[in-house]
Design a protein around this ligand. Structure first.
Ligand code: HEM
Length: 164
């Protein structure tokens, strides 16, 4: 079977959109450590973890549904979104782990000694340079849904597979 996940109810869809706006705003704030300074960068980046967790939770039905069907036939756009979301997840995990390992403020505040490690530093900077492009593609893939929400439409029907 290759039918899309059930449409999201309007109120939940509305919440999802507002949450996505919050996530995007906080993400943009993490992308400019030279503007915010490293301590703010680190604490805002740590704060994004529960925001991402809730973003995943509200899209959980789609994730499970498409993952279950991913070994069979899937609409091309749905498969692309699924692979892209997997890359985003791995990229985010690398960003967070490498960021925490080179942290100048977060780890020391928990009592761990600050350490400089060029490997994790390079990994963090490289992932940080690639990750925004993945987010850009993710947004582009959901553009119809985003424009629909901005125009006040209430369903996820504009996106093949419903979400996320
Ligand atoms: C959404 C997650 C994150 C994003 C998008 C992000 C993004 C960035 C960017 C764009 C830079 C500058 C890279 C460059 O100069 O080329 C940077 C540097 C840095 N980030 Fe993150 N970061 C994230 C998470 C974290 C976390 C969780 C920590 C620590 C708790 C952290 C600590 C640092 C540190 C210490 C630097 C300076 C590295 C250096 O001196 O070269 N980051 N990050």
């Amino acid at each position: 079977m290759n039918s899309p996940a059930a449409p999201t109810p309007p109120t939940r869809d509305h919440f999802k959109f507002r949450w996505d706006v919050l996530l995007l705003a906080v993400f943009l704030a993490t992308c400019a450590p030279s503007v915010t300074g490293i301590p703010v960068h680190e604490w805002v980046s740590v704060a994004i973890v529960p925001i991402v967790a809730i973003h995943l939770a509200v899209n959980w039905n789609w994730i499970i549904d498409v993952t279950r069907r991913s070994l069979g036939r899937l609409q091309g756009e749905v498969r692309f979104n699924h692979v892209l979301d997997g890359l985003l997840f791995v990229g985010f995990a690398l960003l967070m782990v490498s960021g925490i390992l080179i942290s100048e403020s977060f780890l020391p505040s928990l009592g761990f000694a600050r350490r400089t490690d060029p490997y994790w530093n390079n990994l963090h900077n490289t992932t940080a340079n690639i990750f925004p492009s993945l987010i850009g593609i993710h947004l582009a893939m959901h553009w119809r849904w985003i424009v629909g929400k901005l125009r006040g439409r209430t369903t996820a029907a504009e996106t093949p597979g419903g979400a996320p």
